[in-house]
Design a protein around this ligand. Structure first.
Ligand SMILES: Cc1cc2nc3c(=O)[nH]c(=O)nc-3n(C[C@H](O)[C@H](O)[C@H](O)COP(=O)(O)O)c2cc1C
Length: 208
């Protein structure tokens, strides 16, 4: 059985292009591989709280020394991390906001990128601890930032997410971009096609 975690991070609800594409990949996955167990985390519908002083204090206090208040403060972060750790496949919907990810997704990262659980420091440098995951990031942006395009260097969400996920140990990351959604449906169609190819490749992988 495959466990798939779908994280969406648009506040636009039913109007969200990235969330619709995440829905497509999860529905198609379930249709073709029915034993898949899907967990959804909709950060737009239920925004994560910003990290505050109590949470930071909890992060740096050993579990056995945490007060009840500190334990309560860290429980949301624990819940998100448990979801990540138990997933085999992670799908992340990422709207482009001001050339980067939305603050909803950034806050989710702030909660999960915790020393000791997501990464640790070793004598040879940092080591990511969330390993063996397959990650699909589905972006949606008004403009076109594809390779070779003049605006390519303005896309800060792709390199940032690659760095951040890799830092936590997730180095098998495939990006599916719906570029240029402000100018028509071509970007959405290209992303849908890429999703179809992902599902076909998964089916071949499972049959092998
Ligand atoms: C606050 C805000 C900032 C945005 N910034 C950018 C941007 O920097 N570059 C861009 O190409 N599109 C930008 N857009 C357009 C969105 O990327 C586009 O509408 C996309 O579909 C959003 O994803 P969603 O439909 O999943 O919410 C922005 C939209 C909003 C609301």
């Amino acid at each position: 059985m495959t466990r798939l975690l779908a994280v969406t991070s648009s506040p636009a609800g039913d109007q969200s292009k990235s969330s619709a594409l995440v829905k497509k990949i999860t529905n198609d996955w379930k249709d073709h591989l029915p034993t898949t167990e899907i967990t959804t985390r909709d950060l737009g519908a239920t925004p994560p709280p910003h990290i505050d002083g109590m949470m930071i204090g909890s992060y740096f206090t050993p579990e056995e020394d945490r007060s009840d208040v500190q334990q309560a403060a860290i429980s949301y972060s624990d819940e998100l991390l448990d979801e990540l750790m138990t997933a085999d496949v992670i799908v992340i919907g990422a709207p482009m906001y001001n050339f980067n990810i939305s603050s909803l997704l950034k806050t989710w990262i702030d909660h999960v990128a915790r020393a000791g659980r997501a990464f640790r420091y070793t004598e040879t440098g940092p080591e990511g601890l969330i390993k063996g995951k397959k990650v699909y990031v589905i972006t949606a942006s008004g403009g076109n930032y594809s390779e070779g395009h003049p605006a390519h260097a303005m896309d800060h969400q792709t390199p940032y997410l690659k760095t951040m996920l890799g830092f936590m140990g997730m180095d098998d990351v495939t990006f599916i971009h719906a570029f240029g959604v402000a100018g028509g449906e071509d970007g959405i169609r290209a992303a849908e096609e890429q999703i179809d190819n992902v599902i076909q490749a998964e089916l071949v992988g499972h049959a092998a």
